[in-house]
Design a protein around this ligand. Structure first.
Ligand code: GLN
Length: 476
């Protein structure tokens, strides 16, 4: 478990922890069925950081709450010591000139970055099959996807390479892979964590998130990376609570909403049963479960898949062969742009740029983009009203199915539908966590807890309680 390192305790030294992580990484990466979870590493550099950390610990200096703990960061989070390619050819070999604030804060807390994790290109996808550097595999069943787009991050934690990883969320990309891999995934409130250094996908939705082996790991890491940053005007200066204290507070007296729209009759009854077992456990701990309704839920997918591509089409305009990464020369400037972009971007990113440009164009803006913004406000308002009416937490399945097989969702719309229970929190800007609540056909099932804006404390209270109440049952 993550916690302050006592030089007298028996926990492995930073040097051993980093060496073990690399050995584990190499073991699961080897062979033709390697998991392909990590894209870039620099072992000598990480080993040097570990030696430095260990020297501090041995000298009795305060090493930070994460001293000597190795981690990986999704490849769309800027680092100066390793490449940041966003899983895209357009940024192949690109090394950022500055690093993300979250990376700096983790280093200051003693954590050691050991790799950049695989992801769908520019975080667009739900399976990590859209990475330009090959698909990642689910450590629990390599014939299945690990989810996405932070599939490498969730997989690295599930495969025991690291205890925690950074991911990013625009529409479920931490919670969904966490659910598919049987680990904990947190999406903080919009504005809770600085996005300085997170490569922009859809700026009104993007947020850095955390994957953890346990709720405690995720809560500790969020404490470290949260808080105001002058480099991100959307980060708020609300004080950061000690999320770890949520463990002692329990769920007694809390009201947990069960929204009927997240339990449609088409949902696998075994999945519903696992969710209801989790709710029963919370009830036994003194929480009240209330049936609620969030009627606009089924509009979330069309709304998200208008707004996210619209913002992406604008954000991705900067990858033009002039400023970053790949440049494919042509007969003139215009031709160079065309060649660079059509060579550099994969099919899903191209589809999003086309879609986004279309919904923003004259004549379609009102019909699609403006309409989507109106419905987004409606979705946010339904959550606001629910929490204002005394509901502390909303409980849902994280995903409508368990991890699917590679290649199972060749129709993009099918892929988009796998985000149905997760995109709502991004549209509303509220925090959410996925925790393992059991297995279906041997594969992990995640339960999702959503809370009101900046009420990560309530979210963690629910998550800790659930993890404790389910114990080993969460993983079998
Ligand atoms: N699967 C969603 C998409 O493809 C979400 C991605 C994300 O959260 N980064 O856009």
């Amino acid at each position: 478990m993550i916690g302050p390192r006592d030089p007298r305790d028996a926990s492995p030294s930073a040097i051993d922890a980093v060496a073990d992580a690399f050995e584990r990484m190499e073991a699961v990466s080897a062979g033709s069925d390697g998991l392909n979870l990590i894209l870039w590493t620099d072992r000598p550099r990480a080993a040097e950081a570990a030696r430095l950390c260990q020297r501090n610990v041995d000298a009795g200096r305060e090493g930070g709450i994460l001293a000597g703990i190795p981690y990986v960061a999704k490849d769309n989070i800027a680092t100066t010591e390793l490449p940041t390619t966003c899983g895209s050819r357009v940024l192949e070999h690109y090394v950022s000139a500055f690093e993300a604030t979250a990376i700096t804060r983790l280093r200051n807390a003693g954590a050691i970055l050991i790799g950049k994790s695989n992801c769908d290109e520019f975080a667009m996808g739900s399976s990590t099959e859209y990475s330009a550097f090959g698909p990642a595999r689910n450590p629990l069943d390599p014939s299945r996807v690990p989810g996405g787009s932070s599939g490498g991050s969730a997989g690295a934690v599930a495969a025991d390479i690291v205890r925690f990883a950074l991911g990013s969320e625009t529409g479920g990309s931490v919670r969904q892979p966490a659910a598919f891999c049987g680990v904990v995934g947190v999406k903080p409130t919009y504005g809770r964590v600085s996005r300085s250094g997170l490569v922009a996908f859809a700026s009104s939705l993007d947020q850095i998130g955390v994957v953890g082996k346990t709720v405690h790991d995720a809560a500790t890491v969020l404490e470290v990376i949260a808080g105001h940053d002058p480099l991100d005007a959307t980060s708020t200066d609300d004080p950061v609570p000690r999320y770890r204290d949520a463990d002692e507070r329990g769920v007694k007296g809390m009201v947990i909403g069960r929204p009927k729209e997240y339990f449609p009759s088409t949902l696998d009854p075994q999945l519903t049963a696992l969710c209801d077992r989790a709710l029963d456990r919370m009830r036994a701990l003194g929480a009240t479960v209330r049936d609620i309704s969030l009627p606009s839920t089924d509009l979330a997918i069309p709304v998200y898949y208008i707004i996210a591509p619209a913002e992406a089409s604008s954000n991705l305009a900067r990858f033009d062969g002039v400023r970053y990464g790949l440049r494919v020369r042509g007969s003139g400037l215009r031709d160079m742009y065309d060649r660079t972009r059509s060579t550099g971007f994969g099919p899903e990113v191209t589809r999003r740029i086309l879609l986004g440009t279309y919904v923003l164009s004259a004549g379609y803006y009102d019909a699609y983009y403006r309409k989507a913004q109106e419905v987004r406000a409606l979705i946010a308002e339904e959550f606001r009203r629910t929490f204002a009416a005394g509901v502390d937490l909303i409980f849902t399945p994280t995903t409508p199915t368990v991890a699917f097989a590679h290649g199972a969702k060749s129709d993009p719309y099918e892929m988009y539908l796998s985000d149905i229970f997760t995109v709502t929190a991004n549209l509303a800007g509220i925090p959410g966590v996925s925790v393992p609540i059991g297995r279906l056909d041997g594969l992990p099932v995640g339960g999702q807890l959503l809370a009101a804006h900046f009420d990560e404390m309530a979210m963690f209270r629910g998550a800790y309680a659930l993890e404790r109440a389910l114990g080993a049952e969460a993983h079998r």
